[in-house]
Design a binder for this molecule. Structure first.
Ligand SMILES: [Cu+2]
Length: 193
C-alpha cells in the first residue's frame, strides 16, 4: 500500500512541475506582445452638424490607444482642454491641451493608463461642449496595486521540496488514520509488560 502512495506522489510531482513551467513561459510571451503600441487613431472626433459640439461625446478605448481630434475650416473656433471632472469649467494647467481654439485642428493624444478623461472646448463650455474618454477600466476607485502576490518561481528546487514535504505529511496522516481504523474504539487496555 505504501508503495502505491509513493508512486502516486511521484506522478503528481511530475505533473505539477510541468504545468508550472508551461504557465511561466506563457505569461512571458503575453508581456512581450503588450509592449507593441501603434500611434494610429483608435477614434477620430470631429465637430457635429450644429457646429457647437463634438460629434462623439462619450468614447471608450483600450489602454495604449490614441484619440485624434480633427476638424477643418469650421465656422467657429474650437479646442480640446482637459478638465478635472464632468462639471468642471477650468482647464487643467498640466493637462492635455490642443492649444488655443482654432477653426482647423489636428490634435491627438495616446492614453497609457486606465482613466476617465474629461475635456471641454474652452470657448463653448458654457454651451456644454464637452467630451469624455473612458480608457480601459476608467479611473480606478482605489489606486491599483502594482505588487504581484504570486511567489517568484526563480528557484525551481524550492517548490519541489515543499511538495515532497507536503506529501510526506500526507503519508504520515494516512498511516495514523489507518491505525485508528484498525484499532477498535475503547480498547485502550494497557499493554502487558
Ligand atoms: Cu467649441
Amino acid at each position: 500500500m505504501s508503495r502505491m502512495v509513493v508512486a502516486s506522489l511521484m506522478m503528481s510531482l511530475l505533473v505539477i512541475g510541468s504545468v508550472g513551467m508551461a504557465s511561466a513561459q506563457e505569461s512571458e510571451s503575453t508581456t512581450l506582445q503588450n509592449e507593441n503600441q501603434t500611434n494610429d487613431c483608435a477614434v477620430v472626433i470631429g465637430i457635429d452638424a450644429s457646429g457647437m459640439a463634438y460629434n462623439q461625446t462619450d468614447v471608450s478605448i483600450e489602454v495604449g490607444e490614441t484619440v485624434c481630434w480633427v476638424w477643418e475650416n469650421e465656422s467657429m473656433e474650437h479646442n480640446v482642454a482637459e478638465t478635472g471632472g464632468p462639471n468642471d469649467n477650468n482647464r487643467k494647467l498640466t493637462g492635455v491641451y490642443s492649444g488655443p481654439a482654432a477653426t482647423t485642428v489636428d490634435f491627438n493624444h495616446t492614453f497609457t493608463e486606465n482613466m476617465t478623461f474629461y475635456y471641454m472646448c474652452e470657448p463653448h463650455v458654457s454651451m456644454d461642449m464637452r467630451g469624455t474618454i473612458t480608457v480601459g477600466t476608467g479611473t480606478p476607485a482605489t489606486p491599483a496595486s502594482t505588487m504581484d502576490d504570486k511567489p517568484d518561481d526563480t528557484v525551481p528546487g524550492f517548490g519541489i521540496i515543499s511538495v515532497v514535504l507536503a506529501g510526506l505529511g500526507a503519508v504520515v496522516f494516512l498511516r495514523i488514520e489507518t491505525l485508528r481504523m484498525i484499532t477498535p474504539r475503547g480498547s485502550r487496555i494497557p499493554r502487558e509488560i
